[in-house]
Every structure is written in structure tokens, then in C-alpha cells.
Design a protein around this ligand. Structure first.
Ligand SMILES: [Cu+2]
Length: 94
């Protein structure tokens, strides 16, 4: 889906990839391996139109949580999958 934005200056910005996940910075605050859930304190998630907050995400692959620990700074991608906010990619930030 394409969406048009008109900026204050009147320029038109087209986001061809609207709805596509954009990497977001976050920090792991809780891990629930059994439920495949991770709590992340995250910055704004543009593709989900979400401000920064701390919240629980489902992970699309439980293997993502292996080796992750509370306090880790991560870069992740999140999307709404079957109505659930889901982390589709996560890597440790360098
Ligand atoms: Cu959030």
C-alpha cells in the first residue's frame, strides 16, 4: 500500500514501503522463552505508527530469543501478524 504525506513545506513524500518493517532500536527488558514473547523498551516504530514505549511482543521464531538476555540493546523489526504485534527480526546492536 502506498501512502502520501504532505510535509509542512508542501513537498510530497511517498513511502513505497509503507507497512514494511523498518529496523527499530530497543532494549530487552524481559524474555519469556516458553511463550515466545519478549518485552522491549523501544523507540518509535514508524511502520506501526507507534511512539516509543515498553511493551510485549510475540516473536515469529523462538530461536530469536536464544542467546538474548535482559539488558541487551537490539535492533529489531516488528509487524502486525494476525493481529499480533510480532518481532520478525532481532539482532544485538553493536
Ligand atoms: Cu510499542
Amino acid at each position: 500500500m502506498r501512502k502520501l504525506f504532505i510535509t509542512m513545506a508542501g513537498a510530497i513524500i511517498t513511502t513505497a514501503a509503507w507497512g514494511e518493517a523498518i529496523p527499530t532500536e530497543g532494549q530487552v527488558t524481559k524474555i519469556d522463552q516458553a511463550q515466545s514473547k519478549v518485552t522491549l523498551k523501544h523507540g518509535p516504530i514508524k511502520n506501526l505508527d507507534m511512539e516509543g514505549m515498553t511493551m510485549v511482543f510475540t516473536v515469529s521464531d523462538p530461536a530469536m530469543l536464544k542467546g538474548a538476555k535482559v539488558g541487551d540493546k537490539v535492533r529489531f523489526e516488528a509487524d502486525r501478524i494476525n493481529g499480533r504485534l510480532t518481532v520478525t527480526k532481532m539482532e544485538k546492536a553493536k
